[in-house]
Ligand binder design. Sequence first.
Ligand SMILES: Nc1ncnc2c1ncn2[C@@H]1O[C@H](COP(=O)(O)OP(=O)(O)OP(=O)(O)O)[C@@H](O)[C@H]1O
Ligand SMILES: [Mg+2]
Length: 423
Amino acid sequence: MNAPELTEDERLGLYLRNTETGTEWWRVSVADRPQTFRLEHGIEDAEAQASVDIDLVVDAENLRAKLKKWHREGFVFEARGASSATDAQQRAAFMPALQRAAAARRAAGHVGHAGPLQARTGASATNGAANEPRSVRIGEVDVPCGAPGPLVPRVNPAYLFSARFNDIVEDIVENRRVMLIGHTGAGKTSLIEQVAARAQHGVVRSNMNGQTTVGDFVGFWTVKGGETLWVDGVLPTAMREGLWLIVDEIDFAEPSILAALTAVLEPHGRLTLKEKGNEVVEPHPAFRLFATANAVGAMSQFRHLYQGANLMNEAFLDRWRVYLLDYLSPAEETDVLMRTLAPHMTQTLAATLAAIAADCRAAFAREDLSSAFSTRRLLDWAELMLRTGDPERAAGPAIYAKVSPEDATLIRGIIRHHIAPAG
Ligand SMILES: Nc1ncnc2c1ncn2[C@@H]1O[C@H](COP(=O)(O)OP(=O)(O)OP(=O)(O)O)[C@@H](O)[C@H]1O
Ligand SMILES: [Mg+2]
């Protein structure tokens, strides 16, 4: 006797029910012989491990009985179909596979596709004995050194490299284009400068919020002593000399400057000086390009605070690694206050000041305050307070005079909440 065909309700695929230990499933598929069906059973646990514990072949009649039983037991047909168990296996397999791949990459000592950061040519960046370029450890990353020079920033001994910065430092070594976004005074510029200071690379900065023209940036022709001369702008200068270029406030840059930059955003990107007969500028291996911005990408919600900032298009942003730099945590800021203003800034004083800054930032996030409270402002206030011995007097020029009267009132309230008047 031929078994009847399956009806619409008796579909091939996955039947699921949730149990306390995970998702229990039956998978129905066509078996090798005609009019027979393969039934597989398993439980997908919290780690999404799905292994088959029952595997049998039944005829259509038998299947129909099973389907009725499953229905009574609360199994429902899963629209994802027969591939669902495989999806679960794939889902569970991803993280172990990624961890193996990342460990293998670490073991191979991988440096980025653009090659390692190299010492500047002609500089004495070797340790004398071996011809290996020297390197300096910053956080968990070895950064190859350049050479001393007038453009190398001064080391700030009080600077704190938070563990959060490791990825950024690694990107610098790998020659990625790094854009740092965050509120004013969060530490965007100083992070790059302090990496450069320790690894002795020269830094040039170009601020886009103001007078920077495409001529300043790319270069221009001028007449000197009757002769027509080409003057390189900051971009080709940095590229030729292996300097680190920070394009500050890139969200204010004019389109012609962004167009010049786009070519250089590729790891080996070369600059074509159209105005100079299409001369091609090759990047020195030590050249690095950075940008900072207050109001792009994840910071766009704060655009109203940074008047005149342009939205950057996605294709442009996609050419960068964009890091959102938040303010330091209260514990980190306490540490920075003590290191910067040692020996007079004590733990008691610093912890209170850091807590005040954190409260002001929370008020800003709630939009109760309209001005951000930067680390720069906090350090300045603390320094002045040590001189005057009077937090309120010090807050005048360091804080109150820079904000609206309403903001000043609110900040004064926060300060009083943390500091009782002298007895
Ligand atoms: N990790 C840190 N350790 C020590 N000091 C820090 C740190 N981060 C920031 N600062 C202090 O905060 C000041 C402001 O930082 P920085 O100028 O880098 O901010 P920024 O994000 O570039 O601000 P803006 O958007 O206004 O340019 C620095 O001069 C430095 O004194
Ligand atoms: Mg800056």
